[in-house]
Each structure stands twice: as structure tokens, then as C-alpha cells.
Design a protein around this ligand. Structure first.
Ligand code: BJW
Length: 229
């Protein structure tokens, strides 16, 4: 079976990575337009670099949870063709062992040079304006897709949705487009659709089936069913 899995912040919540729209979420203390738009970065690059530097540093203190591990197990088992499309900018899917992962909103561990357009693996801070490894310019920014910017890999994602037998959405509120529209596309292309989330979302009714509970419990249970056949 061809399976496309869309993941959001909820899959990393039990690893200790805050979600975005919870009461204690990541935006708390920050206006979205200040830290997640190109205009905000132009206005106050230090605040934005500090916001992402802190989150990049926090990555080394967290680890994949049973939900990430279960998805890696599903891929490794080999009976199904599994593509993970993640909105998350952490690297927990890769650290759990998933190989086929698309980061549609970019990655904390990548820096993008505005001078030469190069992208480089980056695990340190950017606030101190380090030189670009490619051209030496000091114009590196987080390689993150902000509001108003075009997400990565949309063509590849759409091709995968066209071929998918099953589309599974895990731990995302469905508040941000175009990812929030994937369930409609998958349905129109003929895939079965499943939502796995802590609680019902505004989009729950769009799915053929929904199961609610913590990702660390519901994802391994669902993978267990598939692996058992
Ligand atoms: C658990 C759990 C547990 C908790 N277990 N579950 C159409 C209509 C209106 C507006 C637009 C539109 N199309 C485009 C727009 C504009 C805009 C947009 O969507 N705005 C909305 C606010 C309406 N979109 C864009 O600008 C995008 N670009 C774009 O559209 O380009 C043009 C284009 C047009 C047409 C086609 C193609 C392209 C870019 C969006 C970039 C989003 N970037 C961010 C920030 C990245 C930087 C950063 O990380 O700091 O990405 S926003 C933020 O939200 C982040 C996330 O990836 C994204 C999604 O959030 P997510 O993952 O769903 O998190 P939460 O917190 O919302 O939800 C967590 C869920 O988990 C909840 O449901 C919990 O219940 C659950 N949960 N614990 C299981 N233990």
C-alpha cells in the first residue's frame, strides 16, 4: 500500500517540543508576524534569530518518542511504501530512523544564504552573523518557510498524494495551508483518509476515520495493526 503521512507539531509534543497553538505553545510571548514572516525578519532580525537559535539549541535536549519510532518501523518493515511529509522543523523523524521524509516548512538544522542562495547544514547559532560557508557573506537566515513564503516539495507531495492509497494526518491542527488542504486532495485522488490527533480538529469531518489520543499511543497502535496485516 502507498501511504502518505502528514505530521505536525503534535507528534513531537511528547518529546518535549512545544506545539504552536496550545495555550502554552510556541507563539506565546511572540506575535506570529514578528517571528514567522519575512517582514518580521527584516524589521528585527535579532529577535527572529534568537527565537530560532533557542529552538535549534533545544533540539539536542529532546529525543524521538514512540510515535516517531513507530513510523520508522512501518517504513523499515518494507510491506508498504511510506512517505512522511512533515510540517515540523525538528529532526526527530530522521533520528527515529525514517528515511523518506520531506520537510515542507524547512529545517532548524539548515541555514539559507540570502546572498548566494546556498543551503547548508547548521547546528550552531546564527545571531552572531557567521560567514556563509559558500560565499563568505554574513547573510544567513533560518531555512524555515514563513507565512507568505512557498513551502518546499509541493510538486513531489502532490504526486505522492495522487498515487496514495492511504493519507494519514498526525498531530496537526489543520490551521495552516497548503498542508491543511492535503486531506481534500487525497480524498479527491481516491485515497482513504485517517486522522490521528490528541483531540478532534476543525477538519476532523473531512477524514474517513479519526482516532483521538496522544500520538505516542495511537500511532504505535495503528502501525501495529498494519504490520500485523
Ligand atoms: C497532539 C498532541 C499529542 C498536541 N499527540 N496530537 C488558504 C486560506 C487562508 C490562508 C492561506 C491559504 N493558503 C495559504 C494561506 C496563507 C498561510 C496560511 O495558511 N495562513 C493560515 C493562518 C490561514 N500559508 C502560508 O503562508 C504558506 N505559504 C503559502 O501558502 O504559499 C503560497 C501558496 C499558495 C497556494 C499553494 C501553495 C502555496 C506558508 C506556511 C508556513 C507555515 N510556517 C509555520 C512556521 C514555521 C516556522 C516555525 O516553525 O517557527 O509552520 S506556521 C506553524 O504552523 C508551523 C507549523 O508547521 C504549522 C502547522 O502547525 P501544526 O503543526 O498543525 O501545529 P499546531 O500547534 O497548530 O497543532 C498541533 C496539533 O497537535 C493540535 O491539533 C493538537 O491537538 C495536537 N496535539 N499534542 C497528538 N501528544
Amino acid at each position: 500500500m502507498k501511504i502518505v503521512v502528514l505530521t505536525g507539531a503534535g507528534i513531537s509534543a511528547e518529546s518535549g517540543v512545544p506545539t504552536f497553538r496550545a495555550a502554552d505553545g510556541l507563539w506565546e510571548g511572540h506575535r506570529v508576524e514578528d517571528v514567522a514572516t519575512p517582514e518580521g525578519f527584516e524589521r528585527d532580525p535579532e529577535t527572529v534569530q534568537r527565537f530560532y537559535d533557542d529552538r535549534r539549541a533545544h533540539l539536542s535536549t529532546v529525543a524521538p518518542n514512540p510515535a516517531h519510532v513507530a513510523l520508522a518501523r512501518l517504513e523499515a518493515q518494507g510491506d508498504h511504501d511510506v512517505l512522511v511529509v512533515t510540517q515540523n522543523v525538528d529532526d526527530l523523524h530522521e533520528r527515529a530512523g525514517s528515511h523518506d521524509v520531506l520537510h515542507m516548512h524547512g529545517e532548524l538544522l539548515s541555514a539559507w544564504c540570502l546572498a548566494c542562495d546556498g543551503r547548508f547544514r547548521w547546528d550552531g547559532p546564527l545571531l552572531d552573523r557567521p560567514a556563509c560557508p559558500g560565499c563568505g557573506d554574513q547573510g544567513l537566515r533560518p531555512d524555515i518557510v514563513w507565512f507568505g513564503e512557498y513551502p518546499y516539495e509541493l510538486d513531489r507531495i502532490d504526486e505522492a498524494l495522487q498515487r496514495a492509497d492511504l493519507f494519514v494526518s498526525i498531530g496537526t491542527s489543520g490551521a495552516v495551508y497548503p498542508a491543511a488542504g492535503f486531506v481534500r486532495s487525497a480524498h479527491a485522488y481516491g485515497a482513504r483518509t485517517l486522522e490521528l490527533n490528541l483531540e478532534p480538529t476543525n477538519g476532523t469531518d473531512l477524514f474517513d476515520e479519526a482516532r483521538h489520543g496522544p500520538a505516542g499511543t495511537v500511532v504505535p497502535a495503528w502501525v501495529g495493526e498494519l504490520v500485523a496485516g
